[in-house]
Unconditional design. Structure first.
Lengths: 260, 316
């Protein structure tokens, strides 16, 4: 797997003050893979995501598309990682299309009013993929939570980066939108993007991901296909819950059931 | 602009103004228009513009519609820097040391403000810190005047502090303009980054915006512009707060697209205020800084009420 790996991290550690938030995390992920990053609250999931994107100083080495992350400029990093933070803030009532167009910022398209053909096409593709074309002129602050989530997703898709990092993109969405967001991310992975998605929903992780990464107290304790990486014992030890498990349409079903 | 040149104790028709501007008319008219009112009008435009631009830039940087240079104590601090130089050195009020001191003080004040307030400062913290800084700068200015040996000098400083465009010559224009232009250029060159900041600092950083550096540039731009303006015109407040708000209904909320219109609105506002103080009958000229504050503060209160509603009462 490491041969085709587009993103590798070796002995990645992050400390905030004296507290070690992330310790000795190593992973290698290929193109076209949807990886679900799971773990209890405070396990360091967001920290790992931000460290991978170079938004946080870390120890250890990160290699992306064959280059050391530390050797890349801010803009080069921005072209390789599309990063969707938690809660997708939008501070001004800008039209949704302009928000999506900000995804082209790393490519030099800093003014949404003056996009080149390539940039405009990427924006249109991203908006079609998330079904927000009709919302283009609406101020984002007036959209519903689900619509805003889709606009935020369109913004990161518009980057058309080889790696997409999404921090809890399904939080606070109804089941329909959760499935919708995961399906979009699945499509992105199927078209060659490496997608890493942080989620608390073990069911969604098992259903959509190729690989599950389990983080606990800053350490990567388990990684692999969801069926094995999210085994009954691991979930019981890490999350302290028992699960109901089944197979449905050749996918693993995991439902948290009771306290362990 | 024409009105600004025409209106005053001696009223001139627009035609007479144009005539005098290009060397015609009587000697008196020429002096009034070219030497007295033209520099005043140019300063009014430039200072109003940089205040409007600074307001738009700070509002973009902090993603907060209540941000403005005067709320953060920048003009007050700049005034203190200038007053200190005058009191210490007794130097000519038209020396370059004045704007430099004003700029340094303005930079320090905004820097300290953002350092105190932290990365994701809430509105409440910003306003409290700004209040503290402007009070401190005001107190320091008063102390300097207190200690000044010459009571007339103290009075001069006090009047100058109120903010005025009266009796400004081309010397003043030359003094302020380079700094104002430099400040404006810096702020304008960052305008697209302010738009990216609409998504929050983390997202902006992930889009390739160096947020830390952007913050420093913005402070520098505001300090240069406001410092330069204060050095020649004293503290003129609230233009920076009001101008972007006047333009939002027309232009929209895009922080980048808002900057030029805000500058224009600021210029128009200050020029109008400066004309108004000449028209309002009074025994002495009312200071334009007083007028902008009189209009600006109620507007600010109105904004707070509106924001309070928008934020559901939780401005912290």
């Amino acid at each position: 797997m490491s041969e085709a790996a587009i993103l590798t991290a070796s002995s990645l550690s992050v400390s905030l003050g004296k507290r070690v938030v992330l310790s000795e995390v190593s992973l290698a992920l290929p193109r076209g893979c949807l990886a679900a990053l799971v773990g209890p609250n405070g396990a360091g999931k967001t920290t790992l995501l931000r460290a991978l994107a170079g938004l946080l100083p870390s120890e250890g080495t990160i290699e992306v598309c064959g280059d050391a992350l530390s050797s890349l400029t801010l803009r080069e990093r921005a072209r390789r990682f599309a990063y969707l933070p938690q809660g997708h803030q939008m501070h001004w009532p800008l039209p949704a299309r302009d928000i999506v167009a900000l995804g082209r910022y790393p490519h030099g398209a800093v003014d949404p009013a003056r996009l080149t053909g390539t940039d405009a096409a990427a924006v249109v593709r991203a908006m079609q993929a998330t079904d927000v074309t009709g919302l283009g002129d609406r101020p984002v602050t007036e959209l519903s939570g689900g619509e805003r989530g889709r606009v935020a997703l369109a913004r990161v898709l518009a980057v058309e980066a080889p790696i997409l990092l999404a921090d809890e993109p399904t939080a606070a969405l109804d089941p329909r939108y959760q499935i919708e967001v995961m399906t979009r991310l699945r499509t992105a992975a199927d078209t060659g993007t490496l997608v890493i998605v942080v989620t608390h929903d073990l069911g969604l992780a098992a259903r959509f991901a190729d690989i599950a990464l389990v983080l606990s107290e800053g350490r990567l304790v388990s990684q692999g296909p969801p069926a094995t990486a999210l085994s009954e014992t691991i979930i019981e030890n890490i999350f302290r819950v028992r699960t109901y498990r089944a197979d449905y349409q050749r996918e693993t079903v995991i439902v948290p059931w009771s306290e362990a | 602009m024409l009105a600004s040149l025409g209106i005053g104790p001696v009223k001139l028709s627009p035609v007479a103004v144009l005539d005098a501007l290009f060397g015609g008319g009587s000697e008196v008219q020429r002096i009034i228009v070219q030497d007295i009112r033209l520099p005043r009008a140019i300063l009014g435009l430039a200072i109003g513009a940089i205040l409007g631009l600074s307001g738009a830039a700070l509002q973009g940087l902090l993603r907060n519609p209540l941000a403005s240079p005067s709320l953060f104590g920048a003009p007050q601090a700049a005034a203190f820097g200038a007053v200190l130089v005058i009191a210490l050195g007794g130097i000519d009020v038209r020396s370059f040391a004045l704007p430099v001191a004003a700029i340094v003080a303005a930079f320090a004040s905004v820097f300290v403000l953002l350092a105190i307030a932290g990365r994701n400062a809430s509105l409440l913290i910003l306003i409290l810190a700004g209040l503290a800084i402007s009070s401190l700068a005001g107190a320091a200015t008063s102390l300097t005047m207190n200690l000044s040996r010459n009571p007339f000098a103290a009075l001069e400083i006090a009047f100058w502090l109120l903010g005025s465009l009266e009796d400004r010559s081309f010397r003043h224009v030359m003094l302020a303009l380079p700094f104002i232009i430099a400040g404006a250029a810096i702020l304008m060159s960052r305008r697209h980054a302010f738009r990216a900041l609409s998504l929050g600092e983390e997202s902006a950083q992930s889009l390739g915006v160096d947020v830390g550096r952007l913050r420093l540039w913005a402070i520098l731009g505001v300090a240069l512009g406001v410092g330069g303006a204060v050095a020649v015109a004293g503290a003129i407040g609230f233009i920076g707060l009001v101008a972007p708000h006047l333009m939002r209904p027309l232009i929209g909320y895009d922080p980048a697209r808002l900057m030029v219109p805000s500058a224009l609105a600021g210029a128009a506002l200050l020029l109008a205020a400066d004309i108004a103080v000449r028209l309002i009958p009074s025994t002495s000229d009312i200071k334009v800084g007083v007028l902008t504050a009189l209009i600006g503060v109620p507007f600010f209160l109105y904004l707070i009420v509106r924001e309070r509603r928008a934020l559901g009462g939780g401005i912290a």
